[in-house]
Design a protein. Structure first.
Lengths: 521, 436
């Protein structure tokens, strides 16, 4: 497949965004159809790329600054591009049929898509920064214009946190280039071989942790998340939680684990601790929430904690778990918000205390509530659903590296079930309020995005290899620690990276090779 | 066109007693004016008559099968076919319908209603053997009738002499005779009876309530059929008319004997003979209204919402889970599970009710709930009839000119409405047409 296919992945939503301006503003459904068609086509192209991977595309852009239009797809970025294209389509279809100011709304959603997909496709750090920064503008506008009653505060906070994240990333990436003893080179291949002094590595990693930690987010960098998730319109929050936040996870994996392995390994106990704190803090706060959207925001924060733990452990299994968690969480959180959006559209509220008996087959919202139940079960890691294999891999992979942090995260995972049961017991079961139960059922067209996501969550749960098979080669190569007790089997690839001794801030850290690990040739 | 000239105002007659200060003062005044607790609107009239019709058809099955169980199935230890009344019981002439009746309430036939027979043959699905309909649950839900019977059995002290009689020696002797006759030649069951006589006796008491309720509904079914026919003929002007018809019906059949006969082969054993003098009004109708409309019991499923909410009172007399209080929204969560009856009535809705439901809420999709609310309205009207009948029997006419008598009536009405002061009562809800 030609490398220009990669350009098509960006051109489709970009051109569709421009074409929207030629459609009449009075037909929001046509605008939505075109936007969704563009992202669905992007998804189809990405699937073709999966079947027949294209070669990297390199076009000179601003070579004197080290900026090239260097695009590529590998095992890490391909599933994320697929996820983004899928969630973009689902987000478009989740928007109300009578969306106000539709041309601008969908154009901004498409712009967000372009930014996120561009970042995942980028094989050049500066290009990544550019795409990363691009995402902030449309998402802020989407929250500010179409958000809830407190949208102004939410947008400002989101913008400020995003700006700090962007600046921090820019500084970190520039430092990566400038302090590289091998010369100025922002390409990923060049950065992978960068020769950086330990102190420079430490400063750069600190900047990158701040940048990606804000985007993910993790405690204590999460200040923007509950308010923004609470105020953003449903399609936007589906994209924010499902795809945009994954830029942070991708960045930590690509830049932190990939480009700064020594410092990452040295700092990993602290990073794992931060992950554990995030997991517990998120779960406990989710239990205390009285609003479904805020509950899901904290739930997401908790799950990002598990992801960070896996990245800190950086064993082959943990990294596979991290990728699986990125994908599973992306689907689950989008499904959660899609269901909440359906419920909110009919009932006019997301307050838990105001809702009950939604499973009632005659006057409730049984299909939407049932999908919400399934999404909550998936978030709680119930076997048979996508969350389970991802969390199992995270715990299995992290246990040997950070047993205490893993135990804490296991407890946090248990707490997930607490808030899931608490939420659904109040919202789904119980007495349907006679005075409030005066709404019409959701239509199949409205349920379609949530149904599609539900099927995927079930599908990945029943066939978990689809979650981990994408990136095994890349994650195994990036692994910093081996998996001591992992048996070699045809279905699981164990560490292929050679045992390494890395230089940490406080001295040399020996990473013990596994007797069962298969050394790379 | 000349402007219409307003008629001179009618002379205002000063009321003999001051207005009520009860919370439901508006309803008190309506009852004092001979009205019903249910507001008099054309739609309310249409709703309640329509649902009476839909209720009467399954009720025609309930009473026949209740009597079949009480009289024929009796103490069968494996009553797997108790919901399959024999043809004799399906053809059993209703004592208040048809030409053979000495007091015909309904002008229609005395045998099982044609719509009922048609449904029994086809159900919701297709014509197939009775057993398959039963197993597929495509049938009349006798479980509802049994739940009503159990409510009457369980609450017991509901007025009348019926329950006291069940503890008498005469009843024990009659029951003993019936048990021995029924299990004649069955040493196993007779041995068990010798070992556990009270258990058998308790079962017979329950069967006596089967008979009690069966005889009660044998009257109500033709009453409702006749009301439906009258409405179709344009016979009712408003809700009070419908209530008055019920009041008159209550008085007409008040003295109907309540009894329990058991048939063993050709022999008839009178467990409760007619000669005991138990009457339809005091031993069946009033206990039924108290047990089923007001009290019943909390939902006894595996997950009781009432229990979770700490809503189960310690005193049985404080129970208030009947249809007058029931929340029909979460289907089957409170009171006698109205779901079963609602499902039965759904099969026999007159077309005008179906059209009405199609215009509101979720149309056909939530007919079950809409008809449940209609049923609630209609039972407030039946309860109003019972209240007016009691007032008529025990107190003074509504047009009495003695203020003391009117105040006595007022106190009676207010005492009745005190039972609807609890927040669960739906009296407030049915005052609005928006409650659907």
């Amino acid at each position: 497949m030609t490398p220009y296919t990669l350009l098509l992945l960006l051109a489709l939503p970009l051109l569709a965004g421009l074409a929207l301006s030629f459609l009449p503003a009075g037909s929001p459904q046509r605008v939505r159809s075109l936007a969704a068609l563009a992202t669905a086509s992007q998804l189809a192209v990405a699937l073709l790329c999966w079947r027949q991977p294209p070669a990297d595309l390199q076009l000179a852009w601003l070579p004197k600054l080290g900026l090239e239009l260097d695009l590529g797809l590998d095992g890490l970025s391909l599933p994320l591009v697929l996820l983004t294209a899928l969630l973009s389509t689902m987000a478009m279809l989740s928007a109300p049929a009578d969306q106000s100011r539709p041309r601008l709304f969908y154009a901004l959603l498409l712009a967000t898509n372009v930014g996120v997909v561009g970042a995942f496709l980028a094989r050049n750090a500066l290009l990544f920064v550019l795409a990363f920064e691009l995402v902030l503008i449309p998402t802020t506008l989407l929250v500010a214009i179409w958000g809830g009653p407190r949208r102004a505060g939410a947008a400002i906070r989101f913008l400020l946190y995003g700006a700090v994240s962007g600046l921090s990333l820019l500084a970190g990436v520039l430092a990566l280039g400038w302090f590289n003893a091998n010369g100025l080179d922002f390409s990923f291949s060049g950065l992978a071989q960068a020769d950086l002094a330990p102190r420079a590595q430490a400063w750069i990693l600190a900047l990158l942790l701040l940048a990606f930690g804000l985007k993910l987010p993790i405690v204590p960098l999460h200040g923007w998340q509950p308010l923004t998730y609470g105020q953003a319109p449903t399609p936007v929050v589906m994209l924010l939680g499902g795809a945009v936040s994954k830029l942070g996870a991708y960045g930590l994996l690509r830049f932190g684990v990939g480009f700064l392995p020594d410092t990452w390994a040295a700092w990993s106990p602290w990073i794992a601790a931060a992950g554990a704190v995030s997991a517990v803090y998120g779960a406990l706060n989710a239990i205390a929430q009285s609003d479904m959207r805020r509950l899901m925001a904290y739930s997401s924060l908790g799950h990002m904690g598990l992801l960070v733990l896996a990245l800190a452990a950086a064993t082959p299994l943990a990294l596979q778990g991290a990728v699986a968690q990125i994908l599973a969480h992306g689907l689950i959180v989008a499904l959660l918000f899609a269901c909440v959006g359906l419920i909110e559209r009919r009932t006019g509220t997301t307050e838990i205390a105001e809702l009950s008996g939604l499973l009632n087959p005659l006057r409730g919202l049984p299909v939407s509530a049932a999908m919400l139940l399934l999404a909550l079960m998936a978030a709680a890691g119930i076997p048979g659903l996508a969350g389970f294999p991802a969390e199992l891999l995270v715990f299995e992979g992290s246990w040997t590296a950070f047993p205490r942090a893993t135990l804490v995260c296991l407890v946090a995972s248990g707490l997930t079930a607490v808030y899931a049961v608490r939420l659904f017991n109040r919202v789904g079961f119980g007495r349907l309020d006679n005075d409030r139960a005066d709404w019409q059922p959701t239509r199949w067209a409205e349920r379609l995005p949530a149904l599609a996501l539900t099927l995927l969550v079930i599908g990945f749960g029943l066939w978990p290899n689809a979650l981990v098979g994408w990136s095994a080669t890349e994650t195994d190569a990036m692994a910093l620690r081996s998996q001591p007790f992992l048996a070699v089997s045809p279905s699981v690839t164990v560490a292929t990276a050679p045992p390494r001794t890395v230089q940490g801030l406080s001295g040399t850290i020996a990473l013990i090779p596994s007797p069962l690990a298969v050394p790379s040739s | 066109m000349s402007p219409a000239i307003a008629p001179p105002p009618a002379p205002v007659q000063a009321p003999l007693i001051p207005p009520s200060e009860h919370r439901w003062a508006e309803v008190v005044h309506r009852l004092e004016a001979g009205g019903s607790m249910l507001p008099d609107t054309p739609e309310n009239l249409m709703q309640i008559i329509g649902i009476y019709k839909a209720y009467a058809v399954p009720m025609d099955f309930y009473w026949r099968d209740l009597l079949y169980i009480a009289e024929r199935v009796f103490l069968n230890p494996l009553p797997a076919f108790k919901y399959f009344p024999s043809q004799e019981y399906l053809d059993r002439p209703n004592a208040y319908a048809g030409e053979q009746s000495q007091l015909p309430i309904w002008r229609g036939g005395e045998k099982a209603h044609p719509e009922l027979l048609e449904f029994m043959a086809k159900g919701e699905t297709v014509a197939m053997p009775k057993l398959l309909h039963h197993l597929w649950h495509d049938r009349i839900n006798m479980e509802f009738a049994e739940a009503c019977m159990q409510a009457m059995l369980w609450h017991q002290d509901l007025g009348g002499r019926f329950n006291d009689y069940l503890a008498s020696e005469a009843y024990r002797a009659n029951a003993d005779r019936a048990i021995r006759a029924y299990f004649k030649g069955n040493p196993l069951m007779l041995g068990l009876y010798k070992l556990f006589p009270e258990m058998f006796l308790e079962q017979v008491k329950q069967l006596s309530y089967y008979a009690n309720l069966g005889l009660f509904w044998e009257v109500m079914a033709p009453v409702f059929f006749e009301m439906s026919d009258l409405f179709d003929e344009g016979g009712f002007k408003g809700v009070p008319d419908a209530m008055d018809f019920l009041v008159n019906g209550i008085f007409a059949v008040a003295g109907r004997p309540i009894y329990h006969h058991v048939y063993v082969g050709e022999e008839c054993i009178e467990v409760i003979p007619k000669s005991e003098g138990f009457t339809w009004l005091y031993e069946a109708a009033l206990p039924y209204v108290e047990a089923v409309f007001y009290r019943t019991s909390p939902f006894r499923g595996t997950k009781s919402y009432n229990a979770q909410a700490g809503q189960i009172p310690t005193e049985q007399a404080d129970f208030h889970y009947g249809i007058l209080y029931a929340d029909v929204f979460p289907v089957g969560s409170a009171g006698i599970p109205p779901t079963l009856l609602m499902q039965d009535m759904l099969h026999f809705l007159p077309p005008y009710l179906q059209e009405l439901y199609a215009q509101h809420k979720r149309g056909e999709d939530d007919q079950l709930i809409q008809l449940g609310v209609t049923f609630q309205r209609s039972m407030y009207n039946v309860t109003s009839a019972v209240i007016q009948a009691l007032r008529c029997a025990l107190l003074y006419p509504l047009d009495d000119t003695d203020p003391e008598h009117l105040l006595a009536n007022r106190r009676f009405f207010e005492a009745q409405l005190d039972r609807f002061l609890r927040p669960e009562a739906r009296l407030g809800a049915i005052q609005s047409q928006d409650y659907r």
